[in-house]
Design a protein around this ligand. Structure first.
Ligand code: PEP
Length: 250
């Protein structure tokens, strides 16, 4: 995957099926020739319907998670193969809410990433520090450990299907946004880590999104930074008007 600009939405546990279909329909009608890739991450139960609805449109669909096992007796889990079979093309993995509330470890995330890639999905892999780590100046070591722990074992070929999303946890859903300077600084650092691991060319081709209270008001300023290739959007992705304004800002 060459470096692409992208705006991706993460609906989280919001919207019932009918509401999700209504939002996806509104977006489909409005997004005709976007200047960037557009992805919406929906709850599992929406995936098949929304993928069918958006078939042939400019919008791709992502799951927000997948299982860390291939198949079998894991009641309630959804495998990467099942996600793929719905028509979804992406999966968001490593989101801080999954790490925090569902104790997803580096090893578990590595298993999920490998299964997603093996089943032909592209991965939006989230990394980012919590408030106390930022205050202690540890953000660089935190993101480095998250990358080394779950995705730096991938081959160069596998890496082409990884999109990174830097999401400072203190900015997610809080209304606090990293300043463009803070975000650019760590995005450049993340790109340097990718260069060390996979080479300069691969690093230049890697899409790195910013997430954390990114909205229609601050998106343009963040997206103007050279190492910020787009956004992973939570709250503002639930309102068509706001999400469309962010897409227009990219
Ligand atoms: C997210 O959860 O990925 C996110 C960025 O949320 P919000 O935009 O609401 O901060």
């Amino acid at each position: 995957m060459a470096r692409i600009k992208m705006v991706a939405g993460n609906w989280k546990m919001n919207k019932n099926l009918q509401e999700g279909v209504a939002l996806a329909t509104e977006l489909k009608e409005a997004v005709k020739n976007p200047k960037c890739a557009v992805v919406i991450g929906t709850p599992f139960i929406h995936l098949a319907t929304v993928s069918e609805l958006l078939k042939g449109s400019a919008i791709k669909v992502a799951a927000e998670n997948c299982a860390d096992h291939e198949k079998g007796a894991y009641t309630g889990e959804i495998s990467a193969e099942m996600v793929k079979s719905t028509g979804a093309e992406y999966v968001i993995l490593g989101h801080s809410e999954r790490r925090q509330y569902y104790a997803e470890s580096y090893a578990m995330l590595e298993a999920k990433v490998r299964l997603a890639l093996a089943n032909g999905l592209k991965v939006i892999f989230c990394i980012g520090e919590i408030k106390e780590e930022r205050e202690a100046g540890q953000q660089n070591e935190v993101v480095k450990a998250q990358l080394e722990g779950s995705v730096f074992g991938l081959s160069a070929e596998e890496w082409k299907n990884i999109v990174l999303a830097y999401e400072p946890v203190w900015a997610i859903g809080t209304g606090l946004t990293a300043t463009p300077e803070q975000a650019q600084e760590i995005h450049a650092y993340i790109r340097s880590l990718v260069a060390e691991k996979y080479g300069k060319e691969a690093a230049e081709d890697t899409t790195i999104l910013y997430g954390g209270s990114c909205n229609e008001k601050n998106a343009a300023e963040l997206f103007a930074c050279p190492d910020i290739d787009g956004g992973l959007i939570g709250g503002a992705a639930l309102v068509a008007e706001k999400f469309l304004a962010i897409i227009a800002a990219r």
